[in-house]
Design a binder for this molecule. Structure first.
Ligand code: HEM
Length: 501
């Protein structure tokens, strides 16, 4: 009898699974949406494309499926992916009732941070506390800090050249953006640029951590590994190693910041920790706990580091691959930077039309936040542009990459063409509307002003001061997997001489 029950249990479970699959494929409210049957049955369809046997390829599979099935594809039992520009500004807009899905954001950890907060009321309070800090006026005060980092970085590039070594540009740029964003966060950098190969522990860990996000999302129990003794856990999960290392590093930086702050020793530029230590009761914001400060700062550094590094790297590769673009940009830069050591105010750089066109095209072409950013369909459900109904609670998302590579919006999307941003403004209305690297609406990027300042400054001084040549890198090396942000298949290296005039 006991043996029979042991057999019946798994048999019953199999019957349940078969019944569930039949329900999901033929009777679920989303069953009329086209897509792979495996996706209708199981969330693990995404893992199949993103983790194993494929890697970071779900986005490209979705691109392929949209070509076959049209603009709405079912990609999970309770999820559809949309590829229709008409819907973008409905899904991502100020006052949108589509909220982030708490299930998706659990993977980030750091529940008390602006990035991971899914409750709209709490999000408004958290974001409200930081908005003034990230405003254009406030970010303009960071100009001397940003320029100082670029100067120091330039000398490091020269040292590579003197030593006869090519520069690993991806890591060099990520080291620079890491030092900029950590200084803004804690008033003190992580010192990534000082690493002789630009491969400091934080830079490497961030890369590994991002790679592990797909795994944590598909198998949330991996997060529990963080509770194992560190010496075991670090070998199993890169996110554990990164989590612990960053916690320790951040603890040290926050403590040193707070100690100085309490004696009145405050940085002469705006900082995230400084802002968080300043309550604003009127807006419902109180000084967060030590953990709350840490969550906020670490997620900001994660959001702001690789995205900016990747955008400048992809733009640089394209500019160096196209001598005409490079020479025209250099000629324009010389108009306000007449000598190799000249410095111009950031607000003057912003006025340069060709530099601006190169930055916009880099943001489009790199699409550093390429993945879909899903939201939940609000109560009452919604109608898609073709009239199809989507019930409340369905996860629905669009990928920035697919907008930026839509040939109806951006003709010849695979060509890096700054010229497309130099037409008559009336001709560019559509493409300006759909250049959305920072997303739109109440969850749009908070760091847009800082990102722009970094991109303009890096691109201007890198091209003006250094004689750069691509080294041992082909377009194939610049292909990428979608690991939440792009992970490149090869390494981009340059010879980086110093210009003499
Ligand atoms: C080129 C560089 C950057 C790109 C392409 C980028 C892109 C994005 C995108 C697409 C989102 C929306 C994500 C979603 O809807 O789930 C976002 C959110 C965010 N970004 Fe950025 N970002 C960049 C740089 C930065 C920087 C430098 C910082 C700060 C130091 C930053 C901080 C944030 C924060 C805090 C959020 C969450 C906002 C919220 O949920 O209210 N980003 N970013």
């Amino acid at each position: 009898m006991f043996a029979l029950s042991l057999l019946l249990l798994p048999a019953g479970y199999i019957v349940y699974l078969v019944g569930l699959a039949i329900y999901r494929i033929w009777f679920h409210p989303l069953s009329s949406f086209p897509g792979p049957k495996a996706a209708a049955v199981s969330e693990y369809w995404e893992a199949w494309w993103n983790i194993w046997p494929h890697k970071g390829s779900c986005l490209f599979e979705l691109e392929r499926l949209h070509k076959i099935h049209g603009f709405a594809v079912r990609m999970g039992p309770n999820e559809i992916h949309v590829n229709d520009p008409r819907y973008y500004h409905e899904l991502y807009r100020l006052g949108s009732r589509y909220y982030k899905d708490p299930e998706m954001h659990k993977v980030l950890g750091a529940p008390s941070s602006t990035v991971a907060e899914t409750d709209p009321v709490l999000h408004k309070i958290r974001r409200g506390a930081l908005e003034q800090l990230f405003s254009r006026q406030s970010i303009l005060k960071l100009e001397p800090m940003v320029m100082g980092k670029v100067e120091r970085w330039s000398t490091k590039l020269e040292e590579h050249f003197q030593a006869g070594k090519p520069v690993p540009m991806e890591f060099a740029l990520k080291s620079l953006t890491m030092d900029m964003v950590t200084t803004f966060a804690f008033g003190q950098e992580f010192g990534a640029v000082e690493d002789p190969e630009f491969m400091s522990i934080p830079v490497r860990l961030f890369r590994n951590y991002l790679m592990s996000l797909h795994v944590i999302k598909a198998f949330p129990f991996v997060k529990l590994l963080q509770r194992l003794p560190y010496f075991i856990a670090r070998h199993i999960s890169p996110s554990v190693e990164m989590g612990r290392y960053l916690e320790d590093l951040s603890d040290g930086h926050i403590k040193s910041f707070v100690d100085k702050w309490q004696t009145g020793d405050k940085p002469n530029f705006p900082t995230v920790v400084g802002r968080l230590l300043t309550p604003n009761e009127d807006k419902g914001f109180q000084v967060p706990s030590k953990q709350g400060i840490k969550d906020e700062v670490i997620t900001l550094v994660s959001a702001g580091n690789d995205t900016t590094g990747i955008t400048s790297m992809v733009g640089l590769f394209q500019i160096l691959s196209n001598p005409q673009i490079h020479d025209r940009l250099l000629a324009e830069l010389k108009t306000i930077l007449p000598t190799v050591d000249s410095v111009a105010p950031y607000q003057e750089l912003e006025k340069l039309p060709y530099l601006t066109a190169c930055i916009k095209e880099s943001l489009r072409f790199a699409s550093a936040a390429a993945s879909r950013t899903p939201r939940l369909v609000p109560p009452g459900g919604i109608y898609l542009p073709d009239g199809r109904f989507v019930p409340a609670g369905t996860r629905i998302g669009m990928a920035i990459y697919l907008i930026h590579y839509n040939p109806d919006l951006f003709p010849n999307p695979k060509v890096f063409d700054p010229e497309r941003w130099l037409r008559d403004p009336a001709e560019m209305t559509v493409q300006n509307k759909f250049l959305v690297p920072f997303s739109k609406g109440s969850r749009a990027c908070l760091g847009i002003n800082l990102a722009h300042m970094e991109l303009y400054t890096i691109m201007a001084y890198l091209i003006r001061r250094h004689d750069l040549k691509i080294y041992n890198t082909t377009a194939k090396d610049m292909e990428w997997w979608d690991m939440v942000i792009p992970e490149f298949k090869g390494t981009f290296k340059t010879w980086t001489g110093k210009r003499t005039e």
